[in-house]
Design a protein around this ligand. Structure first.
Ligand SMILES: [Zn+2]
Length: 156
């Protein structure tokens, strides 16, 4: 499943999957950097999540605006998932998950305002302990924990 490609705006920006208006097109690090670049005129290749987060903590207006918008987009997508699945735990991974405790706290606060109370009452939003490498490590663990798929039955 690719939750990042839930369409939240039928007429939204192009997405890496070929569709338009996907959650990922709004809530990814790439989208955060593009948003900040558009607002400041800085070349996106000169920016990073760390620069924007540092400017956000320093109270810079553009960083505050784009981070607030990013957090709102994250909360919208996560709220939709919680309203559907009511998970016990929702783990945020990816490039911004190591940004600090504020990240899941701000998202949790926003989700609590929007989610259906019964669906969120037993849910917890946390950051991945593995940071940005969580997906890669998960894939690797599947490879090493899966019995060999191919083996030779040749008897010569
Ligand atoms: Zn997409």
């Amino acid at each position: 499943m690719e939750f990042g490609h839930i369409i939240i705006n039928f007429d939204g920006p192009s997405c890496s999957c070929g569709s338009r208006g996907c959650f990922e097109a709004y809530a990814s690090i790439r989208a955060l950097i593009q948003d900040y670049a558009r607002l400041t005129g800085i070349n996106p290749s000169d920016l990073s999540r760390k620069i924007i987060t540092a400017n956000y903590f320093a109270g810079e207006a553009a960083a505050m605006e784009v981070m607030e918008r990013h957090l709102d987009y994250m909360a919208i997508g996560i709220t939709s998932l919680i309203n559907i699945f009511s998970p016990q735990k929702l783990i945020i991974g990816g490039g911004i998950s190591d940004a600090g405790n504020f990240y899941e706290q701000e998202i949790s606060r926003r989700v609590a305002q929007r989610a259906m109370p019964d669906t969120f009452s037993n849910s917890m939003i946390v950051r991945s302990e593995m940071g940005n490498e969580a997906c890669l490590l998960g894939c690797a663990s599947r490879v090493f924990s899966t019995p060999m798929l191919f083996h030779s039955n040749n008897s010569y």
